[in-house]
Design a protein around this ligand. Structure first.
Ligand code: DX5
Ligand code: ZN
Length: 223
């Protein structure tokens, strides 16, 4: 089943590629350009081979914006840290299936903490592994690169997974389908056609002229 281009598609800039020495300015720019969601990539140097930031930085970001903070935890044993991210001000917390043996319990805990609960899938992880917990998820994040770094090339294998989720969305719950990695003007039309509703984009936006790229990206995504 393919999805018609519609207005419920939106762009979520990934702060991973923002200028961290001027983060408040970058966030203000996002607000002024009508962005509603900021994607925050947390990496632990274990689950992924890179290290970013933790709850104190999320708390600082929270202080300077009311935008939705979509926190993507690329960390081992995420259940040990979700409370800290909720307290820091995350609106949504996404954990990886690959490091969540008790995913059902973790999703419920995220909601209990007052946040929306997301599941992320590495490129090699099939959608079927999360089918039974989809009714407990508010968001599913399909990785279209192997997580850890911004600026990587889009993996087309993500398209079939997006389409599968789009079908499951009809019967398995009211979750947002998000895609993360290598999303740009060239790849956006295919991910929207496959079913993605939230397009996370880092390098495409922050690596060039943000406003011009955002306009082009929205046009190519039909939103
Ligand atoms: C990758 C991160 C992404 C990343 C996407 O591990 O989860 O959110 O920032 O960046 P681009 O758009 O540059 O691929
Ligand atoms: Zn991410």
């Amino acid at each position: 089943m393919s999805k018609q281009l519609s207005n419920d598609v939106h762009i979520a800039p990934s702060l991973l590629s923002a200028d961290f020495l001027h983060l408040a300015d970058e966030i203000t720019m996002c607000e002024q350009l009508g962005i509603t969601v900021l994607h925050c990539d947390v990496m632990d140097g274990h689950f992924v081979p890179n290290l970013t930031f933790g709850p104190p930085v999320i708390a600082q970001i929270r202080k300077c914006t009311k935008l939705e903070l979509d926190v993507h935890l690329m960390i081992e044993a995420p259940e040990r840290s979700i409370e800290a991210y909720a307290k820091a001000g995350a609106d949504a917390i996404t954990v990886h299936q690959e490091v969540s043996p008790h995913l059902h319990r973790t999703l419920l805990r995220i909601k209990e903490l007052g946040c929306r609960a997301g599941i992320a899938l590495n490129p090699s992880t099939p959608v079927s592994l999360i089918e039974h917990v989809l009714p407990y998820a508010d968001l599913v994040l399909v990785m279209s690169v192997n997580p850890g770094f911004g600026g990587q090339s889009f993996l087309p294998l993500a398209l079939e997974k997006l389409a599968t989720l789009r079908v499951l969305q009809q019967t398995r719950g009211d979750f947002v389908i998000s895609v993360d990695g290598g999303v740009d003007v060239q790849t956006a039309p295919s991910v929207v056609e496959a079913g993605a509703e939230r397009l996370v984009a880092g390098n495409a936006l922050f690596g060039g002229h943000f406003e011009e790229t955002l306009i082009a990206l929205k046009r190519s995504a039909g939103c």
